[in-house]
Design a protein around this ligand. Structure first.
Ligand SMILES: [Mg+2]
Length: 342
């Protein structure tokens, strides 16, 4: 196994729970098995995964000393994701199958619908960005809320619905900042406007609070909770209608599929998203989403946030969806240049 660092600037700074970031740093990973090179990517996002230093330490241990096995890398999910992605890419290539086919129980989807994301902004800019997304073909739009007064957010949700029209799936994401009265009020607004779900209305550790918010006519999706508390505790607490699953924060493609299967067994849906990754991890997540039966729109339209990438994107967003690459592994020969050490 080899790994190689990279750094990619963002088009605009991204605000995270740990402050603003201007670039994404990570590692491209190569695993060789019987002359087949598998590619993976580990791009840690502090607050969601380990730090870049912890990620590199785990990759070093694994590549040189083999002191840890991937199965034990639970504390460094980004590193574990990178290694597991490279392994399944190599295995799928050896089998001559696209990764989604290799991972799926049945036949995978040919394409994955994705949502546009409308960031915080005025009522007018929320309407404008929603309209623009729908005009470019998106059938699902997620509106970021929670940064403004709840009256303004309520007006923004109304403006988004008005701009989107009736046939478009709308979602909102509060990133855990509301208290219970605010959440109840905005959930009722979202339900009236036929939003599909509201993501993370309350703090990540408040599973009971989220469980009590279900059943108000709009779905409860949990994202931060899945990472910080863990998917199984979220499921056991009946805290969510939908789990937001980031393969990079859950520790790899197979782990994500396992979580999705456990969720489905309890009647809970899954949406696959990224941690703002480079193209190798994003394409990996597209295959994971395609391997899940009946997947709804996913948060995989994140490539445009990067001002440069490791390689041209073989799975771009077109009309609000991503066609799953059909070559062996991640994308046939699309990443040929990345497979040889530079
Ligand atoms: Mg979220």
């Amino acid at each position: 196994m080899q790994y190689e660092p990279f750094s990619l600037d963002l088009t605009t700074p991204l605000s995270t729970s740990r402050g603003e970031i201007e670039r994404r740093e990570g590692f491209l990973i190569r695993v060789e098995r019987d002359d087949v090179v598998g590619l993976g990517e580990a791009t840690p996002l502090p607050g969601w995964t380990e730090s870049i230093e912890e990620c590199e330490a785990a990759l070093t241990d694994w590549s040189e000393a083999r002191q840890v096995e991937p199965a034990e890398m639970g504390e460094t999910p980004a590193a574990r994701h990178g290694i597991e992605l490279a392994q399944v890419d190599a295995d799928a290539r050896a089998a001559g199958e696209p990764l989604a086919t290799f991972l799926a129980d049945g036949s995978p989807a040919d394409s994955v619908p994705v949502n546009a994301t409308v960031g915080d902004g005025s009522v007018e800019s929320t309407a404008g960005a929603t309209r623009e997304a729908v005009e470019s073909g998106y059938r699902a739009v997620k509106v970021k809320v929670g940064a403004r007064d709840s009256d303004v957010d309520a007006a923004r949700l109304r403006a988004a619905r008005e701009a989107a029209g009736d046939g478009v799936e709308l979602r909102a994401d509060a990133n855990g900042v509301w208290d219970v009265p605010t959440a109840e009020r905005l959930l009722d607004v979202a339900a009236d406007l036929d939003f599909a779900y509201v993501e993370q209305p309350l703090a990540a550790d408040d599973l009971r609070g989220h469980a009590e918010l279900r059943g108000r006519g709009v779905g409860i999706a949990l994202d931060e909770s899945v990472v910080s508390v863990g998917p199984d505790r979220v499921l056991t607490a009946d805290a969510a209608d939908i789990l937001v699953c980031k393969p990079m924060a859950l520790g790899g493609p197979r782990r994500t599929l396992d979580v999705a299967r456990r969720a489905a067994a309890r009647g809970v849906d899954v949406v696959v998203t990224t941690t703002i990754d480079a193209v190798v991890a994003r394409v990996g997540a597209v295959h994971v989403a395609a391997a899940l039966p009946g997947i709804s729109a996913c948060g995989l339209a994140t490539g445009s946030v990067l001002s440069a990438d490791l390689a041209p994107d073989p799975a771009p967003v077109e009309e609000g969806s991503i066609r799953v690459p059909t070559g062996p592994g991640l994308a046939g020969d699309a990443f040929a240049a990345l497979r040889t050490k530079r």
